[in-house]
Design a protein around this ligand. Structure first.
Ligand SMILES: NC(=O)c1ccc[n+]([C@@H]2O[C@H](COP(=O)([O-])OP(=O)(O)OC[C@H]3O[C@@H](n4cnc5c(N)ncnc54)[C@H](OP(=O)(O)O)[C@@H]3O)[C@@H](O)[C@H]2O)c1
Length: 285
């Protein structure tokens, strides 16, 4: 079973690697979202099922990805309580009433009674965060969602979210992070560690660039791979993220059984501090 760790300040035992479900070959414009359905994809469902079998118990989706029905299909024959399902609401539905309706629709598409983590996909320029958080708290009170999260929020916006919640606590921010894109190390990551927030690392393979890395990174990874039984570039990249901080959870996109098996192998072992440094130096070169 895949290595697990506590999700932020919670006692939730979550796999250190989650499964991302955004497939950019699909049309996902929020404007065209209502009424759109995504064609079922057998390979994706098989990939997610394989991941669940292997212990990847954390799946990330969003209303705009159109993959909530696919996640529902993958979970069908598994015990719901064994998994941590995260989805997101698009900022155009961040108003109080819109948010409540959006959550109901996500629940229907996910064919579940509760969402473990409900995230605001991007900050809204129109709706004050206080209003959105009031809706989030109501959803928690009604048992429709268990935890409140945000995505693509800066430190200031996270702080505003924290301050806007009266009865619940924020649990996570989902942001881009990988060996090639490390901006959050300057502020968001240390801040989240201090507050006990989880940081979900999206694009952990830099959208594929780390599965086929630039020359210097490749050389460093080749030497590391030899010392760790032939770990792949993707596995080394995912391991680097989870070793960087106990707050971090990388969510590579799972598109097939092979990807699930490969990515699960990114956990259960550790790069040494010297290997971490070697990778970071190579990525800067
Ligand atoms: N909150 C946000 O705003 C936001 C934004 C972007 C993404 N996300 C989330 O983060 C997840 C991951 O990000 P991403 O899909 O953009 O990028 P990613 O996981 O960093 O990279 C995916 C790309 O890498 C390729 N790849 C090669 N080896 C792979 C392996 N072992 N495992 C996974 N992919 C491999 C994939 O090819 P194949 O397609 O052939 O597998 C795909 O082209 C998304 O699915 C989504 O859940 C969130």
């Amino acid at each position: 079973m895949v290595e697990k760790r506590s999700f932020g300040w919670t006692r939730e035992h979550i796999s250190v690697i989650g499964m991302g479900t955004y497939y950019d070959t699909m049309e996902t414009s929020p404007d065209t979202f209502p009424g759109k359905t995504m064609p079922g994809s057998k390979t994706v469902v098989e990939g997610l099922k394989r991941g669940l079998e292997l212990g990847l118990n954390f799946i990330d989706t969003a209303e705009v990805y159109l993959t909530e029905p696919i996640v529902a299909e993958a979970m069908q024959n598994f015990k719901r309580d064994d998994f941590f399902i995260a989805t997101k609401v698009w900022p155009s539905r961040a108003g109080y009433e819109d948010l409540l309706r959006a959550a109901d629709r996500s629940l229907e598409r996910l064919k579940t009674k509760y969402i473990d983590l409900y995230q605001i996909h991007w900050p809204s320029r129109r709706v004050p965060i206080r209003e959105t958080m009031r809706g989030m708290e109501r959803l928690v009170n009604e048992g429709k969602i268990r935890y409140i999260g945000v995505s693509n929020f800066t430190v200031t916006q996270v702080q505003e979210s924290v301050d806007s919640l009266s009865k619940q606590e924020l649990i996570s921010d989902q942001v881009e992070y990988n060996l090639l894109v490390r901006d959050i190390e300057a502020d968001l990551l240390p801040y989240s560690e201090r507050l006990g927030l989880a940081v979900i690392a999206y694009r952990p393979l830099s959208n594929g660039a780390l599965a086929n890395p630039p020359r210097k990174v490749r050389e460093a990874m080749d030497s590391i791979s030899k010392r760790h039984g032939g770990k792949t570039y993707s596995q080394i990249s995912l391991n680097w993220i989870k070793e960087k901080s106990p707050a971090l959870f990388p969510i590579p996109r799972i598109s097939s059984r092979e990807r699930a098996e490969e990515d699960a192998g990114g956990a259960g072992w550790s790069l040494t501090p010297e290997e971490m440094k070697l990778l970071e130096t190579a990525a800067r070169a």
